[in-house]
Design a protein around this ligand. Structure first.
Ligand code: PEP
Ligand code: MN
Length: 340
């Protein structure tokens, strides 16, 4: 349910609504937008009489049912785009976000060289996995905490905020000590305990879409995180390609999902053309297409020597190709009234 307050409603009137909700063991998420102030109420049991009753409280304009199964992340609740602050950058505003870096942190030399190169080319954040979900248990599964320390070193030198994956609820405290953004991988999109745990950290969360998840399931997973965040959503969605019948590419980057998600939720939406295609030479065209489809930015894999990468080398741009892509992205951004 949404309680829409009248323009100019007082703090006291808002407090009265919140108190009435609490008498019903319901928590109101207060959302102050530029256009309107609303109180989002979620829960399994909202008595219909309560909605009627609150509609007549002073300072209340109307009460509405949220028709979508996801509530706090829904555009019905919050009309304006949510902006997620990460360090000095803002995700979801006029400036596009470009997160770049290797699939995995492999060595000091590798992560520092990548961080310097992507910073120089204009990236806004550095990615790199220290805990890697790999399809085969016999492949490189990441450096663990040593990798997190190297990421922190790269941030200290370049100033780039760090995006890195956390795979289990047990690792959340550890990864949160180093990361600026916690990445939830595609394979973990429906790990609900993990979603709740990252929601409690209050750090921004990059939520990748599952390989076979519908858009609705993806947004419901975002709801798990936001439900922990006290009405201050810091979730960044990321379309990273889904499994289809097509075998020419690793996955099919579903740009429909970007445009659909932008309509249905106020959260920022990024695209990952590296995992979405699996081929480095398809990353530039799909990066441009992602921005054109309305994505708030991209996350791409960049490695100083992709042929020697310990994971995902075939879909990683080298530093030079990344630097060449950036001005092309800027041109598309300008065409859309945005900036890099
Ligand atoms: C990654 O970003 O390297 C990764 C493993 O992504 P995904 O979870 O989308 O496969
Ligand atoms: Mn990868």
């Amino acid at each position: 349910m949404i309680v829409v307050m009248q323009a100019g409603s007082t703090e006291e009137q808002i407090a009265t609504v919140l108190e009435r909700l609490e008498e019903h063991q319901l928590h109101g998420h207060l959302i102050r937008g530029e256009e309107r102030t609303v109180i989002g109420v979620v829960g399994a049991m909202i008595p219909p009489e309560l909605r009627e009753e609150l509609a007549h409280f002073s300072g209340v304009r109307e009460t509405l049912r949220i028709t979508q199964p996801y509530k706090l992340v829904s555009r019905e609740l919050r009309k304006e785009d949510t902006l997620v602050n990460v360090g000095d950058t803002v995700v979801g505003g006029p400036h596009l976000t470009v997160i770049a870096g290797p699939c995995s942190v492999e060595s000091e030399e590798q992560i520092m060289a990548t961080a310097r190169a992507v910073r120089e080319a204009g990236a806004t954040m550095l990615r790199g996995g220290a805990f890697k979900p790999r399809s085969s248990p016999y492949t490189f599964r990441g450096m663990g905490e040593a990798g997190l320390k190297l990421l922190a070193q790269a941030r200290a030198e370049t100033g780039l905020p760090i995006v890195t994956e956390v795979m289990t609820p047990n690792d959340v405290d550890l990864v949160a000590r180093y990361a600026d953004v916690l990445q939830i991988g595609a394979r973990n999109m429906q790990n609900y305990q993990l979603l709740e745990e990252v929601g409690r950290t209050n750090l921004p969360v990059l939520l990748k879409r599952g390989l076979s998840a519908t858009i609705e399931e993806w947004l419901l997973s975002a709801e798990y995180v936001v439900a922990q965040q006290e009405g201050n959503p810091k979730v960044i969605l990321c379309e990273r390609g889904i499994r289809t019948f097509e075998t020419a590419t690793r996955n099919t980057l579903d740009l429909n999902a970007v445009a659909v998600a932008k309509r249905r939720t106020h959260l920022p939406v990024l695209a990952d053309p590296s995992h979405g295609t699996g081929k480095w030479y398809l990353v530039p065209p799909l990066s441009l297409a992602a921005i054109a489809s309305g994505a708030d930015g991209i996350i791409i894999e960049v490695h100083p020597d992709p042929d020697r990468a310990r994971s995902d080398g075939s879909q990683s741009l080298n530093c030079e190709n990344f630097a060449t892509l950036m001005p092309r992205l800027a041109a598309v951004a300008i065409a859309l009234g945005r900036k890099l």
